[in-house]
Design a protein around this ligand. Structure first.
Ligand code: ADP
Length: 498
């Protein structure tokens, strides 16, 4: 009988007990086995209690070199695996993830601070990526090209080679799957590096992929610090593509490291995404969408709707609905599975609080939230109350800078033109939502928004098949969907004289 994550959670919260699978892997996953690190150990924290619960390896450049060598060796056979083999294996991985969902969700919630419901959602989304790319793996076709009567030409789509995947801490399992699944579908091999605060599910997924039948060395996982393990991966000359999700600053460093050996990059960086509420929108549904656009995952989402760009005529009605709904949200340990979980680290909490305190000092109106803390005094970890900063000027740092927490910055505008200028008026361009009953208004804005993805009358929309990625400093390249495969494929043209 499967033990549910909620049962594990109860044993942990009431007695401090970890499941018997508490033997979490402590080494790296290289060449089909857990192995010792050349480095020392690091602690992983339970953000809900703010204390360490397990340790893992702080990898070194030597560990990275071993993993890249394993991936490079495995590439020789894996690049020639058939579409059927890849597809079968990815489907099997999707099934295994669903079989182990409760265990993995427990660890993901414990390690990241997200609610159990969110952790389960992240796992389902990871399984969905593997299942989706299992189908896409069967569709990799080249094209026959018209040239002249003396030649026949066509293209082959070949794997780019060894790929590096630098994973963030906010969605550790689905971000892993989002890039590793298409890389495998394309015939590439993988070295993944999870974030230093959420190392475990990537290691467990490495192991699950082996159980699904993946040959040794095709996927390797090295844990440790970004500036050590991530940097060594980005600098490694045998790494041909790097998929990075994280901050702008680290993304720029990775791009600089990759430049000397001309590795290609997919960069999914920050966002300051607007939810645009126009005068004729439905106040209640827009308030609900805005609520979850910013407070899902405690606001720790690159594409969070962290700005509400609202038309003046509905500002007070929408604000009133939002403040009312926000003040009802329950905040607590991820394993209590309330509405809003923990902030992933003490450092991140300090960053969020610093932004809000500075806004307060500048005179910002804060109708709800504005401080840290959970509902239950036993939850002594890192929490921030869902917060609204009302009617900020467009050049306010809380409008321009990514906070990555449950903090909504409200900007008031008079008309569509001003809404568009406000929405496009940051260094980012990842995602945007538009709320209106007038489809022409919505489509004009959708056309002119400088963002990689736009939704209308819903904020979180589009599953694994819908391309995702940013413009401007939000990065470049697209993940998800068939476009998500492009980064892992290189086109070879062949011509023959006839
Ligand atoms: P955040 O600031 O949100 O924590 P980061 O960009 O620091 O985001 O982290 C995202 C991922 O990038 C993590 O896996 C982290 O370890 C890694 N990382 C951080 N700095 C570097 C770096 N200099 N080179 C390569 N990877 C890095």
């Amino acid at each position: 009988m499967t033990i549910s994550a909620s049962q594990f959670a109860q044993a942990y919260l009431s007695k401090g007990q970890l499941p018997d699978l508490s033997k979490l892997p402590t080494g790296h996953w290289i060449n089909g086995a857990f192995c010792h690190s050349a480095g020392s150990a690091m602690e992983s924290f339970d953000p809900g209690l703010g204390r360490a619960f397990a340790s893992f390896s702080a990898g070194t450049a030597q560990d990275v070199a071993r993993a890249v060598e394993a991936a490079n060796t495995a590439l020789k056979d894996w690049r020639h695996s058939t579409p059927e083999q890849r597809s079968h294996l990815l489907n099997r991985m999707a099934a295994l993830l669903l079989e182990d969902l409760e265990t993995l969700a427990f660890f993901e919630s414990l390690d990241s601070g997200k609610t159990l419901t969110e952790a389960r959602g992240d796992l389902r989304s990871a399984a969905n990526f593997f299942a989706y790319y299992a189908s896409v793996a069967r569709t990799l076709e080249g094209r026959a090209l018209p040239t002249d009567a003396q030649h026949m030409s066509w293209t082959l789509r070949e794997p780019v080679g060894v790929t590096a995947h630098i994973i963030p801490w906010n969605y550790p399992t689905s971000t892993f799957a989002r890039s590793v699944a298409p890389a495998l579908a394309a015939g590439c091999t993988v070295v993944a590096k999870p974030a230093e605060t959420t190392p475990f599910t990537a290691l467990l997924m490495g192991q699950l992929l082996a159980k699904a039948g993946l040959p040794a060395g095709v996927v390797n996982v090295v844990t440790g610090l970004g500036p050590v393990v991530g940097a060594a991966l980005a600098q490694h000359p045998k790494v041909r593509h790097i998929t990075f999700t994280g901050s702008v600053q680290s993304g720029v460093t990775v791009a600089q490291s990759a430049a000397p050996h001309v590795a290609s990059l997919t960069l999914e960086l920050g966002g300051k995404s607007p939810l645009i509420a126009l005068s004729d929108c439905n106040i209640d549904t827009t308030a609900d969408a805005a609520l979850w656009a910013i407070y899902s995952n405690a606001g720790q989402i690159c594409s969070a709707g962290s700005r509400l760009v609202v038309q003046r005529s509905i500002h007070s009605a929408l604000l009133e609905a939002l403040v009312r709904k926000t003040s009802l949200l329950r905040v607590g340990h991820g394993l209590r599975d309330l509405d809003v979980g923990a902030i992933n680290s003490g450092q991140q909490l300090a960053k969020i609080a610093g932004h809000v305190d500075a806004a307060r000092a500048r005179g910002a109106a804060i109708p709800v939230g504005g401080h840290s803390g959970a509902d239950n005094p036993l939850d002594t970890g890192w929490f921030y109350r869902p917060t609204i900063l009302d009617d900020l000027p467009h050049n306010d740092p809380c409008v321009q800078e990514e906070i990555f927490g449950p903090v909504l910055a409200v900007q008031v505008v008079d008309d569509d033109e001003e809404a568009l200028a406000a929405a496009n008026g940051t260094a980012f361009g990842l995602y945007a939502g538009i709320f209106t009953q007038d489809i022409s208004r919505a489509l004009r804005l959708a056309r002119d928004l400088d963002a990689g993805q736009v939704t209308i009358n819903d904020y979180w929309a589009g599953g694994v098949s819908v391309p995702f990625g940013g413009n401007k400093q939000s990065g470049y390249g697209r993940e998800k969907g068939q476009e998500g495969l492009a980064a892992y494929l290189s086109t070879k043209s062949i011509s023959v004289k006839v």
